[in-house]
Write a protein that binds this ligand. Structure first.
Ligand code: ZN
Length: 640
């Protein structure tokens, strides 16, 4: 088997679909305010059924989803929801503030805008909308964007309603899927770009440029989760794989690189299968219940799976020896693809002969399974264990997936992990998912309105950054960092209410918080109010510049309720000028010998001793000043 390391760049195509929440006051089809609310006043349940599209065909993805979930639970809050989100009342007319913003952005992206806009229903199959569909309006199409001198095509710009927020992402098999309704109905812009054949870095620059254009309007939500990228990736003119939920720009090149390798690996596996001339119509053989056989196994894992109403089934893959563990790239192999597939049904118990004996399954176990299955030397077997009621469905999906292995890449929807690895989530939905919304009349767009909006198109990014540089007297990097971050508005508020230097505020709000996130802290638990309070207390000299990282860390650890409580715990309030003076004098006297030898050069050592006592209680600069004065006095006295 030949392992190749790269795929030619011109054979890689990446289509971006960028979703960004709009910062409008109200939702898209009702007057509810936009607020995060994990509290709820009532819950209700709905049953999911695969919906037949207008064309009369069942969507493959919808059928897949319906095998997994039957009932969905929704939690609704009075503050964030009305009856429209629960689908008990028809939607109102589209939110004009949101529509104008999307029209403005479409104009900035050089799109064609129709004079009639129609609200459409897009079938949603995972329960993330109470209606079973998502409302969407195609606003602009056939536009373009200049990026580093190249023209990138814009396919469409849509105004959509956001989905409900899932509560139990990693739900157990017997648990009902549940959603909060606070996010449902928030206006969202969706920008779909033409496929790009260029480096992953260039694709990332394109995404960054679109994100910056959106932020330039100053009317979109900022922060993690408010912008989401779906990435359609194909290689060698093969099928398109859709990767959903890329939330961070830094993830994007990693995801593209991973998919490029994964798709190449699948093609290599397909080539190897073709070379072996396996009969595609009969290679899956001897599907056999081996529960009895494995009930005597000493494997802890097997025992764990075999509790309750669970069984083990094994089947042969003729001519497959070595295929399931063939690894063209590290950790990319068919065996893993199969494992990921059964995981979406909540089944973790899948093993294959290429990796056995292992997991406590002994050579004797393997031998008896092989004997029952009448294995030939070139064959492989798959062993799968789980609840009886889901096992048949899973086996069917498994067979389908293995058969598709002969053609290489499978068109499917995957989700992205932070490190760029993508994981199977469901078959790719077909195109028969849209039909007209009958509850809302069409919206007519007149020339005059567009003319007026075209005067409000966002200022170019460079101009905005230049203005921020001048206004706050900071360099370009700092200006970009803060304008790209979710804290830009908070930054402006802090700087206008305090006398703290803008560059100091930026370094704390960007670099410091990012480095704490890298250490594993979740900065989203810090509210803007808490951060604002932190800087006003600094301005009031209740805390020092040096103690800010410490206070932030304590807040992130959730040890204290608020900044005030942390300050009290420092005892900072009781620290007096006299205490500081006394501490410095004491340290000077304790170190008389060193001072007599080194004179003024001992200041570094003394400063260290002072800060051991005073750190976080008083500004280091102040201590240094006082120490210099006292040390000079002391030296003069001891001379005289
Ligand atoms: Zn509402």
């Amino acid at each position: 088997m030949v392992k190749s390391e790269t795929v030619a760049q011109d054979k890689l195509k990446v289509g971006l679909e960028i979703h960004q929440q709009l910062g409008s006051k109200n939702k898209l089809f009702c007057d509810c305010k936009i607020i995060d609310s994990s509290e709820y006043d009532f819950t209700f349940k709905r049953n999911l059924r695969p919906t037949q599209s207008e064309m009369g065909s069942y969507d493959q993805a919808a059928l897949f989803e319906s095998k997994k979930i039957k009932t969905v639970k929704y939690q609704s809050s009075k503050n964030a929801n009305c009856l429209i989100e629960s689908d008990e009342e028809p939607p109102k007319m589209v939110n004009n503030e949101a529509l104008e913003l999307v029209l403005t952005i479409s104009l900035a992206l050089n799109c064609t805008i129709e004079d009639e806009l129609h609200v459409m229903r897009k079938i949603v199959i995972d329960g993330s909308n109470t209606t079973g569909f998502q409302r969407t309006i195609l606003v602009g199409r056939n536009g373009f964007l200049e990026v580093e001198g190249a023209r990138v095509g814009i396919q469409s710009v849509c105004l959509e309603e956001d989905a409900a927020r899932i509560i139990n992402e990693d739900k157990k098999e017997d648990e009902t899927k549940a959603y909060f309704l606070d996010r449902l109905g928030i206006p969202l812009i969706e920008i779909a770009l033409d496929p790009i054949s260029n480096s992953p870095i260039f694709v990332t620059t394109v995404a960054q440029t679109v994100g910056r254009l959106l932020r330039s309007t100053k009317k979109v939500t900022r922060g993690l989760g408010s912008i989401r990228q779906d990435v359609n990736i194909s290689t060698e003119d093969g099928p398109i794989v859709e990767v959903k939920g890329v939330q961070q720009l830094s993830q994007l090149p990693l995801v593209i690189e991973y998919e490029r390798k994964r798709q190449d690996a699948l093609n290599q596996i397909a080539n190897e299968l073709k070379k072996r001339k396996i009969d595609e119509s009969s290679f899956i053989d001897k599907v056999t219940d081996v529960t009895q056989l494995l009930s005597k196994s000493s494997s802890k894992l097997v025992k764990k799976i075999l509790t309750g109403d669970s069984r083990f089934t094994a089947f042969v893959l003729r001519g497959f020896k070595g295929i399931l563990s063939f690894e063209p790239y590290p950790a990319i192999r068919l065996g893993k693809e199969l494992g990921d597939l059964v995981k979406v049904y909540g089944i973790g118990g899948i093993f294959h002969s290429d990796e056995l004996p292992n997991y406590g399954i002994t050579p004797e176990d393997v031998e008896s399974i092989s004997a029952v299955l009448r294995m030939d030397t070139n064959d492989a077997f798959v062993l799968i264990g789980g609840p009886t009621k889901s096992l048949n469905t899973v086996l069917f999906e498994l067979f389908t997936r293995i058969r598709k292995g002969f053609s290489g890449v499978v068109p499917e929807t995957r989700s992205a992990r932070l490190d760029g690895v993508t994981v199977f989530s469901r078959p790719k939905p077909g195109s028969s998912r849209m039909y007209p919304e009958t509850d809302i009349p069409y919206i007519s767009i007149d020339e005059g309105m567009l003319k007026q909006l075209s005067q409000n198109t966002p200022q170019p990014w460079n101009e905005i950054i230049d203005q921020i540089c001048k206004k706050y007297n900071i360099n370009k990097t700092l200006a970009e960092n803060i304008f790209d971050s979710k804290y830009f508005l908070l930054f402006e508020k802090i700087v206008s209410h305090t006398s703290i230097s803008p560059s100091f505020v930026i370094s704390k709000l960007t670099e410091d918080l990012v480095s704490m996130e890298r250490e594993g802290y979740d900065s989203s638990i810090l509210s803007e109010d808490v951060l604002f309070c932190l800087f006003t207390e600094l301005d009031n000299s209740r805390i020092t510049k040096e103690s800010i990282p410490l206070v932030i860390e304590k807040l992130l650890k959730n040890e204290f309720r608020d900044v005030d409580e942390i300050i009290s715990s420092f005892g900072t309030e009781s620290i007096s000028e006299e205490y500081v003076d006394e501490t410095i004098s004491k340290i000077i006297h304790e170190n008389a010998i060193v001072i007599s030898q080194k004179g003024l050069d001992s200041v570094g050592l003394l400063m260290g001793r002072c800060m051991e006592v005073l750190r976080g209680k008083i500004d280091g600069e102040k201590v240094n000043k006082k120490l210099m004065t006292k040390l000079t006095e002391y030296l003069q006295k001891s001379k005289g």
